[in-house]
Structures are given as C-alpha cells and as structure tokens.
Design a protein around this ligand. Sequence first.
Ligand SMILES: [Zn+2]
Length: 278
Amino acid sequence: MALKNKLLLIVLDGVPYRNWRRLMGNLEGWVQSGDARVWKMRSVLPSTSACCYASMHTGVPPQVHGILANEIRFRVEEPDIFSEVTKAGGVTGAVTHSYWSEFFNRYPFDVVRDIEYDEPGPIAHGRFHTMTNYGHDNQMTPSDTDMFATLTMLTRRFGIDYGILHTVTLDSMGHRFGHDCVQMDNACYYMDSALAAFLPRWLKDGYEVIVTADHGQTDRGHHGGREDEQQDVALYYFGKGRGPEPDALLDQLQLAPTILERLGVPVPASMKAKPFLE
Ligand SMILES: [Zn+2]
C-alpha cells in the first residue's frame, strides 16, 4: 500500500443535523458503543449542492473555486483530494453523481464516455449517475444498496486507497416531502439500515470511514442560504485519529485536509483550514 491509511467518505446529500441524530439508529448506536465519534459540521455558503461538493474536496470556499451554483460547472483548478492522492501514488474511486466527475476529472460529462471509467486518475475508478429528468415528482436516484455494493466492489477489485460514495436519495426525498412526515422517517431508516449492512465490512477490510452530508435542509425542503438548518450536518468518524471535543463545530473546509492527513498525503498550500483529526 502506497499510503499510510485508507479511507472511505460517504456523503448522504441534504441531511440536516437533527435527522442524523434522531433517525439514524445504527450510526448513533456505534457512537454509543464507542466505535464511532460524531460532531456537527457547518457547510460553506451558498449551502448549495455543487458548491459544497467542490468545497468538500478542495478545502476552499465557493468564492475561490468558483462553483457558485448547481448551474455553474467546470473542471475546478484547485488541488483536491483525488488529485493529491493520485500524486502520492494512491488509488482513488468514486461512486457519485456526475458533477463530481465534472469538477475533478473532466467537463462536460459525456454520458457514454464517462458513465464508468478505469484510468490513471485523478479519479481512477469512477461509476457515475446523472439523474437526468430529475424533478419534484420524478426522483431518478439509484438504489443506495446498489451504490454501496458498487463502492465495495471497487475496494475489492481495485484496492482503492480513497473512495467516495455520494447519494442524493435523502435530498430528493426532502425536496419532495419535507421533513416532518412519515416518508422522511422511513427514508432515513432505510438509508441507515442499507449503510449498516456495508459499514462493518469496510471496517473489517481496514478502511477508516467518514459519513456526512454536503448541507442540511429546512422542514420545507430548502437549502442554499445561511441558517443552521440549511448548513449544519452531522459527521460520523470510524477510525483511530483523535478528534476535538464533542461540542466542537467543524468547518466544511476542514474536511479535505483532514482526509489527506489521515491518508498520509501532503496537504497542498491552498487548503488553509486546520485538520480536525490527529
Ligand atoms: Zn446537496
């Protein structure tokens, strides 16, 4: 193994802090048993998906990387987790929405060329979905179990050192139904149980795991602005690194340098936030 450690980042899109702590019984159970730790993390502004994806992976704010809306997309120039892991000799994998391929590999996304690729990097092993024709009444998200299985396949087939999985299921459910409803209770329950089926395998295979969201959502299913409900998410960590006090408020810009440090990859000068794990 080229790197000091290996790590998987699981991003559940659009899950506000309160839903994690109230509804994710498996994740909370592992916190209670001492197997995981949890903190609150605040997203960048705007608390919009594309802006947050780019900041989570580059460690710089939208005002620097320039992804300022879901409609403003290009290949981001700043170094990011994929580019730095590849440079250090590590193998990367992604099972995500196609925006991640556009920001960190090539833009625009060509659905035939880019739907799945295995190449030298920066994203070495990519498996993507576009959610084309997504809308309020037409969710168009893949099954989360299929995506968790795909990530697990990448870990075993290619021995990836760093892998990310990103699913929009809960964000879409929130935009559709809001949060104070039985549909969202059940959606969070099913996500938590789908994840629970895979998490012990990843840990057994030697991965550290971080589970978090890109941003929160209001009860009406909105995000993009400056508000605790729109910006604040939970971050669960399974691994040997030492973290801050339980009531610390993490900054989303800390995520990229923290992951690189856990992997033993040099942190580029553009990532100015302090890692939260040591
Ligand atoms: Zn989002």
